[in-house]
Design a protein around this ligand. Structure first.
Ligand SMILES: [Zn+2]
Length: 479
């Protein structure tokens, strides 16, 4: 039963054809049409298309997205809606630690006007009041425009997985918790001691790749009380809205959803299928006793596939079974089951997933790595937002309507703009490498933004990369 593949082939395992059982492993790994599975490099991107990922272009894309949002206020307002949203975006792009810091920056209006193209710079309270009233759904198209721009220019190609797919890691997190300040959308928890806590959560969705540091967030779905509802919202309802919206925004994006063990119930899998979404989802025996019993019985009967690989002192052991019912009450929902052990001396890690990818000996590695890339939404997305300068859990103001949700959107857009650059912009990559860490880069970027006048954000990055003179700022590097 078990077939052996040499360790050198570990690098080219991203096989994706599912047409039929593959008769000859050797042919599979040598034929050219199956070999081009590794991450395509950016050299595929056509000349002249790279400018899309440049910081000032992305700022322009965000700004023109905001310009399309209709301003429902009276006509004689002094600050435009675009300026208010754009100054909120700048707050997160510059990673200010508080609105006070942002307000002090107004003394340095010139850069906000030059770089973010603000006509009038609002005070922090003006900004909060205006942003509070914006419908969060109106901000979503900005994410869509950026992702479509990356697709059209083949920038997203370097994150393609198993041939043509994008791995979409989905997970929930909390970003607001207070016993005092609240809004009509807050989730409410009555604690045992009589205290009420008010919370905001969100369901994040991020395109990830096991070999790629950058991640590309799609618009997160707020887990908050919905209009007209008295009951708290939950992650499962938010998932229904999230996936419907993703399919509305990106009808053809070939996505593999990777999620943790909370998700694999029958209605959820049916919903994913309904949206034409593939999946690799963690599963635990405690929640799926019936599934694990079936697996054990099939294994005993010799109906399971097994595969083992030893490379660099690590043993990778796989056991897999195709087409088992997910649970007793939904015998029609058949899944393919993959069990994996990573053995490093005495250290053993054990994972189980269900997936709609039919398993062959040769694609278990790719499915395993895709499933394990799920953690990137926690580590590379939520933890980066919390610990790398974005102040994810800091309360910049809660508002009466949508401020808390809109601030999260503006922060996520600032993060998206940074990630697109990290993926595909040579200037950003060079300056990040020189600075050594994102936190250092943000600190130095802020210092220059505060003290000198620049005509673009690229000039700030160039000043950091090549050096500058202070008297009259002169970029020493290439134009
Ligand atoms: Zn609230």
């Amino acid at each position: 039963m078990a077939q052996f593949v040499s360790p050198s082939l570990i690098q080219s395992y991203e096989v994706f054809s599912e047409k039929a059982a593959v008769p000859d492993m050797k042919m599979l790994f040598t034929e050219n049409r199956y070999r081009d599975y590794n991450r395509r490099k950016l050299k595929n991107v056509k000349e002249g298309q790279m400018g899309f990922a440049a910081v000032d272009n992305l700022i322009k894309v965000v700004r023109s997205g905001f310009e399309k949002i209709k301003d429902h206020r009276a006509a004689n307002v002094s600050i435009s809606l675009t300026d208010a949203l754009m100054s909120g975006f700048a707050l997160f792009a510059l990673k200010d630690s508080s609105l006070l810091e942002f307000d002090e920056r107004r003394a340095k209006d010139e850069n906000l006007k030059q770089i973010y193209k603000l006509e009038q710079v609002p005070s922090d309270s003006q900004m909060r009041t205006i942003v509070d009233e914006v419908d969060p759904l109106e901000i979503r198209p900005v994410y869509q425009t950026i992702l479509n721009g990356m697709e059209e220019r083949s920038i997203l190609d370097q994150m393609k997985y198993m041939g043509k797919y994008d791995l979409l890691s989905v997970d929930g997190t909390e970003h607001y918790n207070s016993e005092k300040v609240h809004c009509p959308s807050c989730l409410i928890r009555n604690k045992r001691n009589g205290v009420v806590s008010y919370r905001h959560q969100l369901l994040g969705a991020t395109i990830v790749h096991p070999d790629c540091k950058a991640v590309i967030p799609l618009a997160p779905e707020p887990i908050i009380k919905q209009d007209g509802q008295t009951k708290n919202d939950c992650e499962q309802n938010a998932a229904k809205r999230l996936f419907a919206q993703i399919r509305a925004d990106h009808p053809k994006l070939p996505l593999i959803v990777v999620e943790d063990a909370l998700s694999p119930n029958a209605p959820h899998l049916r919903m994913l299928k309904g949206h034409n979404l593939r999946f690799i989802i963690g599963v635990k025996e405690g929640d799926h006793a019936f599934l694990f019993e079936q697996v054990r019985a099939k294994h005993k009967a010799g109906e399971s596939g097994q595969w083992e690989e030893r490379a660099k002192g690590i043993t990778h052991r796989f056991r897999f079974i195709n087409q088992v019912p997910l649970n007793e009450s939904n015998p029609d929902v058949l899944v393919n089951f993959l069990e994996y052990w990573e053995i490093k001396g005495d250290e053993v890690q054990h994972f189980c997933w269900v997936t709609d990818f039919i398993r062959y000996d040769w694609n278990v590695l790719a499915i395993m790595r895709g499933g394990r890339a799920r953690w990137k939404i926690e580590n590379e997305t939520f933890n980066t937002l919390k610990n790398q300068g974005y102040h994810f859990e800091h309360n910049f103001g809660h508002g009466k309507l949508n401020l808390a949700v809109n601030f999260v959107h503006l922060m996520m857009l600032a993060f998206l703009v940074d990630q697109v650059q990290q993926l595909a912009d040579a200037l950003f990559q060079a300056v990040l490498k020189k600075e050594g860490s994102r936190k250092r880069l943000w600190a130095h970027m802020r210092a220059l933004f505060y003290t000198l006048n620049f005509s673009s954000m690229a000039d700030i990055f160039k000043a950091l990369l090549y050096g500058y003179t202070v008297d009259q700022v002169t970029i020493l590097g290439p134009a």
